[in-house]
Design a protein around this ligand. Structure first.
Ligand SMILES: [Ca+2]
Length: 297
Protein backbone atom coordinates (compact mmCIF):
# COMPACT_ATOMS: atom_id res chain seq x y z
CA UNK A 1 0.00 0.00 0.00
CA UNK A 2 1.70 3.17 -1.14
CA UNK A 3 0.61 6.55 0.12
CA UNK A 4 2.04 9.85 -0.89
CA UNK A 5 -0.29 12.33 0.75
CA UNK A 6 1.36 14.47 3.37
CA UNK A 7 -0.13 16.88 5.82
CA UNK A 8 0.40 20.58 5.73
CA UNK A 9 2.29 20.26 9.01
CA UNK A 10 4.86 18.03 7.32
CA UNK A 11 5.24 20.40 4.41
CA UNK A 12 5.65 23.29 6.81
CA UNK A 13 8.45 21.46 8.56
CA UNK A 14 10.24 20.64 5.35
CA UNK A 15 10.51 24.29 4.47
CA UNK A 16 12.69 24.73 7.53
CA UNK A 17 15.15 21.96 6.68
CA UNK A 18 17.03 23.43 3.79
CA UNK A 19 20.48 24.08 5.29
CA UNK A 20 23.32 21.76 6.17
CA UNK A 21 22.53 19.17 8.83
CA UNK A 22 24.27 21.09 11.59
CA UNK A 23 22.47 24.29 10.62
CA UNK A 24 18.97 22.92 10.44
CA UNK A 25 16.53 25.09 12.28
CA UNK A 26 12.96 23.87 12.09
CA UNK A 27 10.49 26.57 11.09
CA UNK A 28 7.21 26.00 12.81
CA UNK A 29 3.87 26.84 11.25
CA UNK A 30 2.17 29.58 13.24
CA UNK A 31 -0.95 27.59 13.94
CA UNK A 32 0.60 24.14 14.30
CA UNK A 33 0.49 22.05 17.46
CA UNK A 34 4.26 21.51 17.36
CA UNK A 35 6.25 22.22 20.49
CA UNK A 36 9.76 21.67 19.17
CA UNK A 37 12.81 23.68 19.94
CA UNK A 38 16.18 23.46 18.24
CA UNK A 39 17.82 21.65 21.15
CA UNK A 40 18.56 18.03 20.20
CA UNK A 41 17.02 16.74 23.39
CA UNK A 42 13.65 18.28 22.65
CA UNK A 43 13.73 17.91 18.87
CA UNK A 44 12.49 14.43 19.58
CA UNK A 45 12.47 11.33 17.45
CA UNK A 46 12.30 12.95 14.02
CA UNK A 47 15.69 14.21 12.87
CA UNK A 48 14.42 16.15 9.88
CA UNK A 49 15.57 13.54 7.37
CA UNK A 50 13.93 13.53 3.96
CA UNK A 51 10.44 12.02 3.87
CA UNK A 52 10.18 8.97 1.61
CA UNK A 53 7.18 6.88 0.56
CA UNK A 54 6.84 3.35 1.87
CA UNK A 55 5.37 0.12 0.57
CA UNK A 56 3.15 -2.60 2.02
CA UNK A 57 2.96 -2.63 5.79
CA UNK A 58 3.98 -5.82 7.60
CA UNK A 59 1.29 -7.45 9.73
CA UNK A 60 2.01 -10.68 11.63
CA UNK A 61 -1.06 -12.74 12.50
CA UNK A 62 -0.94 -15.41 15.18
CA UNK A 63 -3.65 -17.75 16.42
CA UNK A 64 -3.26 -19.04 19.97
CA UNK A 65 -5.97 -21.09 21.63
CA UNK A 66 -8.59 -19.54 19.40
CA UNK A 67 -7.44 -15.96 20.02
CA UNK A 68 -6.30 -14.11 16.94
CA UNK A 69 -3.66 -11.43 17.34
CA UNK A 70 -2.54 -9.00 14.66
CA UNK A 71 0.86 -7.38 15.12
CA UNK A 72 1.63 -4.24 13.14
CA UNK A 73 5.41 -3.75 13.11
CA UNK A 74 5.23 -0.57 10.98
CA UNK A 75 7.90 -2.13 8.75
CA UNK A 76 7.19 -1.13 5.17
CA UNK A 77 6.03 2.35 6.09
CA UNK A 78 7.94 5.28 4.64
CA UNK A 79 10.01 7.89 6.41
CA UNK A 80 7.85 10.58 8.01
CA UNK A 81 4.88 9.31 6.03
CA UNK A 82 1.21 9.29 7.01
CA UNK A 83 0.15 5.76 7.94
CA UNK A 84 -3.21 6.40 6.44
CA UNK A 85 -4.45 9.79 5.43
CA UNK A 86 -7.95 8.69 4.46
CA UNK A 87 -10.74 8.18 6.92
CA UNK A 88 -11.62 4.53 7.42
CA UNK A 89 -8.54 3.15 5.71
CA UNK A 90 -6.89 0.37 7.67
CA UNK A 91 -3.59 -1.35 7.02
CA UNK A 92 -4.57 -4.58 5.23
CA UNK A 93 -4.84 -7.45 7.72
CA UNK A 94 -4.13 -5.23 10.72
CA UNK A 95 -7.74 -4.62 11.78
CA UNK A 96 -6.49 -1.16 12.76
CA UNK A 97 -6.55 2.42 11.50
CA UNK A 98 -3.92 4.98 12.53
CA UNK A 99 -5.26 8.46 11.74
CA UNK A 100 -2.67 11.19 12.32
CA UNK A 101 0.21 8.79 12.96
CA UNK A 102 3.30 8.74 10.79
CA UNK A 103 5.86 6.04 10.19
CA UNK A 104 9.51 6.92 10.76
CA UNK A 105 12.47 4.94 9.43
CA UNK A 106 15.20 7.36 10.41
CA UNK A 107 15.61 9.48 13.52
CA UNK A 108 16.86 9.83 17.05
CA UNK A 109 15.80 6.39 18.27
CA UNK A 110 17.53 3.10 18.97
CA UNK A 111 16.87 -0.50 20.01
CA UNK A 112 13.30 -0.37 18.71
CA UNK A 113 11.40 -3.65 19.09
CA UNK A 114 11.22 -4.52 15.39
CA UNK A 115 13.14 -3.56 12.28
CA UNK A 116 13.82 0.09 11.55
CA UNK A 117 10.33 1.58 11.43
CA UNK A 118 8.21 3.02 14.25
CA UNK A 119 4.91 4.86 14.62
CA UNK A 120 5.33 8.55 15.47
CA UNK A 121 2.87 10.85 17.16
CA UNK A 122 2.33 14.16 15.37
CA UNK A 123 0.02 15.58 18.04
CA UNK A 124 -0.41 15.20 21.80
CA UNK A 125 -3.13 12.59 21.31
CA UNK A 126 -4.09 10.16 18.57
CA UNK A 127 -6.75 7.54 18.07
CA UNK A 128 -6.33 4.02 16.79
CA UNK A 129 -9.63 2.50 15.68
CA UNK A 130 -10.57 -1.09 14.85
CA UNK A 131 -12.54 -2.64 12.02
CA UNK A 132 -13.77 -5.35 14.40
CA UNK A 133 -13.94 -4.85 18.20
CA UNK A 134 -11.03 -6.36 20.10
CA UNK A 135 -10.35 -7.78 23.55
CA UNK A 136 -6.83 -6.49 24.10
CA UNK A 137 -4.44 -3.84 22.78
CA UNK A 138 -0.73 -3.45 23.43
CA UNK A 139 2.39 -1.77 22.09
CA UNK A 140 5.90 -0.72 23.05
CA UNK A 141 6.61 2.97 23.55
CA UNK A 142 9.47 5.43 23.96
CA UNK A 143 8.38 8.86 25.18
CA UNK A 144 9.53 12.03 26.90
CA UNK A 145 6.16 12.54 28.67
CA UNK A 146 4.10 9.79 30.30
CA UNK A 147 1.99 7.78 27.85
CA UNK A 148 -1.67 7.04 28.56
CA UNK A 149 -3.65 4.39 26.70
CA UNK A 150 -7.43 4.56 26.99
CA UNK A 151 -9.84 2.02 25.49
CA UNK A 152 -13.47 2.74 24.55
CA UNK A 153 -16.38 0.58 23.47
CA UNK A 154 -18.99 1.33 20.80
CA UNK A 155 -21.06 3.32 23.32
CA UNK A 156 -18.01 5.54 23.97
CA UNK A 157 -17.67 4.15 27.49
CA UNK A 158 -14.13 4.09 28.86
CA UNK A 159 -13.51 0.37 29.47
CA UNK A 160 -9.81 0.35 30.34
CA UNK A 161 -6.97 2.78 30.91
CA UNK A 162 -3.29 2.52 31.72
CA UNK A 163 -0.41 4.99 31.97
CA UNK A 164 3.26 4.25 31.30
CA UNK A 165 6.01 6.39 32.78
CA UNK A 166 8.21 8.61 30.67
CA UNK A 167 11.34 6.75 29.54
CA UNK A 168 13.16 9.17 27.23
CA UNK A 169 15.44 10.80 26.19
CA UNK A 170 17.33 9.01 24.85
CA UNK A 171 14.79 7.07 22.80
CA UNK A 172 16.49 3.74 23.41
CA UNK A 173 14.23 2.13 26.01
CA UNK A 174 10.99 0.62 24.77
CA UNK A 175 8.46 -0.48 27.34
CA UNK A 176 5.25 -2.44 26.89
CA UNK A 177 1.88 -0.86 27.59
CA UNK A 178 -1.40 -2.67 27.16
CA UNK A 179 -5.02 -3.11 28.22
CA UNK A 180 -7.25 -6.17 28.20
CA UNK A 181 -10.96 -6.58 28.88
CA UNK A 182 -13.23 -9.61 29.18
CA UNK A 183 -14.87 -9.50 25.77
CA UNK A 184 -14.36 -8.16 22.25
CA UNK A 185 -15.74 -4.69 22.93
CA UNK A 186 -12.87 -2.26 22.31
CA UNK A 187 -13.67 -0.25 19.19
CA UNK A 188 -11.01 2.43 19.59
CA UNK A 189 -8.15 3.53 21.81
CA UNK A 190 -6.54 6.89 22.38
CA UNK A 191 -2.82 7.27 22.96
CA UNK A 192 -1.70 10.44 24.75
CA UNK A 193 1.90 11.61 24.58
CA UNK A 194 3.54 14.49 22.74
CA UNK A 195 4.24 15.64 19.20
CA UNK A 196 7.46 14.01 17.91
CA UNK A 197 8.35 13.02 21.47
CA UNK A 198 6.30 9.85 21.70
CA UNK A 199 6.58 6.80 19.45
CA UNK A 200 5.24 3.26 19.45
CA UNK A 201 6.27 -0.01 17.82
CA UNK A 202 4.84 -3.53 17.51
CA UNK A 203 1.21 -2.51 17.94
CA UNK A 204 -0.93 -5.58 18.60
CA UNK A 205 -4.67 -6.05 18.81
CA UNK A 206 -6.30 -9.37 19.67
CA UNK A 207 -9.77 -10.79 19.59
CA UNK A 208 -11.90 -11.04 16.50
CA UNK A 209 -11.90 -14.59 15.15
CA UNK A 210 -10.53 -15.41 11.75
CA UNK A 211 -12.75 -17.18 9.27
CA UNK A 212 -11.96 -20.90 8.74
CA UNK A 213 -10.42 -19.98 5.40
CA UNK A 214 -8.14 -17.38 7.01
CA UNK A 215 -7.08 -19.84 9.69
CA UNK A 216 -6.23 -22.48 7.11
CA UNK A 217 -4.23 -19.93 5.17
CA UNK A 218 -2.38 -19.11 8.41
CA UNK A 219 -1.51 -22.81 8.84
CA UNK A 220 -0.29 -22.94 5.26
CA UNK A 221 1.93 -19.90 5.82
CA UNK A 222 3.27 -21.47 9.02
CA UNK A 223 4.18 -24.69 7.20
CA UNK A 224 5.89 -22.90 4.34
CA UNK A 225 7.93 -20.82 6.83
CA UNK A 226 9.09 -23.86 8.85
CA UNK A 227 12.67 -24.84 7.92
CA UNK A 228 12.08 -28.42 9.12
CA UNK A 229 9.47 -28.99 6.41
CA UNK A 230 11.05 -29.84 3.06
CA UNK A 231 9.44 -28.99 -0.25
CA UNK A 232 7.96 -32.44 -0.83
CA UNK A 233 6.39 -32.62 2.60
CA UNK A 234 5.14 -29.04 2.34
CA UNK A 235 3.48 -29.95 -0.96
CA UNK A 236 1.76 -32.95 0.61
CA UNK A 237 0.46 -30.93 3.57
CA UNK A 238 -0.49 -27.99 1.37
CA UNK A 239 -2.51 -30.17 -0.99
CA UNK A 240 -4.65 -31.37 1.93
CA UNK A 241 -5.26 -27.80 3.05
CA UNK A 242 -6.02 -26.66 -0.48
CA UNK A 243 -8.58 -29.45 -0.66
CA UNK A 244 -10.11 -28.14 2.56
CA UNK A 245 -10.38 -24.67 1.04
CA UNK A 246 -11.93 -26.08 -2.14
CA UNK A 247 -14.50 -28.05 -0.12
CA UNK A 248 -15.37 -24.99 1.97
CA UNK A 249 -15.75 -22.98 -1.21
CA UNK A 250 -18.45 -25.47 -2.26
CA UNK A 251 -20.01 -25.48 1.22
CA UNK A 252 -19.09 -29.15 1.57
CA UNK A 253 -18.35 -28.85 5.29
CA UNK A 254 -18.31 -32.61 6.01
CA UNK A 255 -15.61 -33.26 3.41
CA UNK A 256 -13.62 -30.26 4.64
CA UNK A 257 -13.67 -31.64 8.18
CA UNK A 258 -12.53 -35.07 6.93
CA UNK A 259 -9.59 -33.47 5.13
CA UNK A 260 -8.68 -31.46 8.23
CA UNK A 261 -8.72 -34.67 10.27
CA UNK A 262 -6.42 -36.30 7.70
CA UNK A 263 -4.14 -33.27 8.00
CA UNK A 264 -4.07 -33.61 11.80
CA UNK A 265 -3.27 -37.34 11.50
CA UNK A 266 -0.38 -36.58 9.18
CA UNK A 267 1.03 -33.93 11.52
CA UNK A 268 0.78 -36.35 14.46
CA UNK A 269 2.70 -38.96 12.46
CA UNK A 270 5.37 -36.39 11.58
CA UNK A 271 5.75 -35.46 15.25
CA UNK A 272 6.08 -39.13 16.27
CA UNK A 273 8.64 -39.71 13.52
CA UNK A 274 10.67 -36.75 14.78
CA UNK A 275 10.31 -34.91 11.46
CA UNK A 276 8.40 -32.04 13.01
CA UNK A 277 9.18 -30.53 16.42
CA UNK A 278 6.37 -31.21 18.87
CA UNK A 279 5.60 -27.53 19.68
CA UNK A 280 5.56 -26.59 15.98
CA UNK A 281 3.27 -29.49 15.12
CA UNK A 282 0.99 -28.91 18.09
CA UNK A 283 0.29 -25.33 16.97
CA UNK A 284 -0.85 -26.62 13.58
CA UNK A 285 -3.01 -29.30 15.22
CA UNK A 286 -4.57 -26.78 17.62
CA UNK A 287 -5.54 -24.41 14.83
CA UNK A 288 -6.86 -27.23 12.60
CA UNK A 289 -8.85 -28.67 15.51
CA UNK A 290 -10.19 -25.18 16.24
CA UNK A 291 -11.43 -24.91 12.66
CA UNK A 292 -13.07 -28.34 12.93
CA UNK A 293 -14.80 -27.23 16.14
CA UNK A 294 -15.89 -23.98 14.47
CA UNK A 295 -17.26 -25.81 11.42
CA UNK A 296 -19.02 -28.39 13.61
CA UNK A 297 -20.73 -25.82 15.80
CA1 LIG B 1 9.11 -1.69 13.82
Amino acid sequence: MRMFIRSSVALGLLVGFTGACSDRQPTMPDDGPLLLTTADETLGLYDGSEPTPGGSHEVITTVTNGTVCRLTTFEGGGNFEDIHPELNFSIPGSNARFPGWKTLTSGNYFNNPSGVTIGLMTSFSHEITFESPVVSVSFFYASIPDVTLQAFDAAETLVATVTGSANAPPFSTWEALGVAVAQNVITRVTVSGQTFQTAIDDFENCGPPLTPEQQIQAILDEILANPDVNAGLAGSLASKLETVLAKLDKDNVGAAINQLQAFINQIQALIQAGTLAQPDGQILIDVAQGVIDQLSA
